[in-house]
Ligand binder design. Structure first.
Ligand SMILES: NC(=O)c1ccc[n+]([C@@H]2O[C@H](COP(=O)([O-])OP(=O)(O)OC[C@H]3O[C@@H](n4cnc5c(N)ncnc54)[C@H](O)[C@@H]3O)[C@@H](O)[C@H]2O)c1
Length: 352
């Protein structure tokens, strides 16, 4: 295999250039071509990285010896384009969400199975040092029995943001609102750390923006391991407040705030047993300080997209499954589709 894997990017809007920058930061990757139906967008990104611009994916697949193609188009086009890439024998990385309907997700998994190429789905926050640390602690059972997991996403998006592309906030191409577009990152982390979700009860509404899909949502979750959880999300919380992932167990608790570990307390580190009423506010403050300085600031500055692309490169070279493969990419979408179903039907929905 060549020293550098050759990459193509499809979709040169907001996130396409982030992938181009991530590829440029990796010693064994090279961006060779970009595709956008808008020729100006394709030309602009191509000029920046010395790549060849195309306006049609098939034309690029027929003309270029690319190894991996990254799909960065509106979400409802991910399946069709990813399947086109996989059928051409190339590996594919798909931006989140993997797709927005169960039928499209199933088709992507089917094509991946029959072609045997690698399929990875972007969930870059799984590569943040804080998420990896908490995941390792959960795997070691250091938090004990998990009882409660929460994802809190009080973000702000202006009306101009939703008006900036005709696909944003639509069922057809965004596949939903704050849950499918913004909160999917936190939902993926929550279920990665807490384990699979068994059932959901959800409420959604559109309170602030002119858009088809929801800008506020609340869901109660039952995890397969018996724990409970919540998802609380909006893009109507001006000016946008801290994202929190909270994982609570009977032997420890961890809180990730804006991608960094802000609180960690493990029973195994206690020199003396705590009182029947838990730790005092003074002790709690001390523990939080300890947790927030225990991280490696250099590691935090690394681009999470680059870490995930590097994982895909290793998967290709070592012929193993990428950390977030198609089956993993399907899970948060399944949870979100079930919350929408619950909100529509006003009843609990079980995830099979
Ligand atoms: N991982 C993250 O943090 C993150 C952040 C932003 C967006 N995203 C995801 O990336 C995707 C794109 O989002 P965006 O904000 O960059 O959107 P965008 O509208 O800014 O860019 C999409 C681009 O795709 C192009 N396009 C549309 N149809 C095409 C086709 N058939 N072939 C080639 N190009 C086509 C458009 O012309 C546009 O330039 C979405 O799925 C979104 O959910 C992920």
């Amino acid at each position: 295999m060549a020293d550098k894997l050759r990459f193509g990017i499809v979709g040169c809007g907001v996130i396409g250039p982030v992938h181009a920058e991530a590829i440029a930061s990796l010693p064994d990757a090279q961006l060779v071509s970009v595709v956008d139906i808008n020729p100006k967008q394709a030309q602009k990104l191509a000029n920046q990285y010395g790549a060849t611009p195309y306006t049609q994916l098939q034309h690029m697949l027929d003309s270029e010896a690319v190894d991996v193609v990254i799909i960065c188009t509106p979400s409802g086009l991910h399946g069709e384009l990813a399947c086109q890439v996989m059928r051409s024998g190339r590996h594919v990385i798909v931006e989140k969400p993997m797709e927005i309907t169960r039928e499209a997700l199933d088709e992507m998994l089917r094509v991946q199975q029959t072609t045997g190429v690698k399929l990875a789905v972007i969930s870059q926050h799984r590569f943040d040092p804080a998420s990896r640390q908490v995941h390792e602690l959960v795997e070691e059972k250091a938090l004990g029995r998990l009882v409660l997991g929460n994802a809190i996403v009080p973000w702000w998006r202006s009306q101009e943001y939703y008006d900036s592309g005709d696909w944003r906030g639509t069922w057809e191409l965004d596949g939903g609102g704050v849950l499918m577009n913004q909160t999917i990152h936190s939902i993926d982390l929550l279920q990665w750390l807490m384990g699979p979700v068994k059932s959901v009860v959800g409420y959604t509404d559109t309170l602030v923006h002119r858009m088809e899909t929801e800008d506020v949502a609340v869901a109660v979750l039952r995890f397969a391991n018996g724990a409970l959880g919540t998802i609380v999300a909006t893009t109507g919380a001006y000016p946008g407040v801290t994202t929190r992932i909270e994982i609570f167990g009977d032997k420890g608790s961890a809180v990730i705030e804006n991608d960094s570990l802000s609180y960690l307390h493990l029973a195994r580190n206690d020199k003396e047993s705590i009182s029947a009423y838990g730790v005092t506010p003074q002790v709690r403050k001390k523990r939080e300080d300890t947790a927030s300085t225990s991280q490696n600031p250099a590691a935090l500055s690394a681009s999470s997209h680059a870490l995930q692309i590097a994982d895909m490169i290793r998967a290709i070279r070592e012929d193993r499954t990428p950390l977030v493969d198609g089956y993993a990419g399907r899970q948060p979408v399944e949870i979100i589709l079930s919350i929408y179903q619950s909100a529509r039907l006003h009843k609990e929905v079980t995830i099979s």
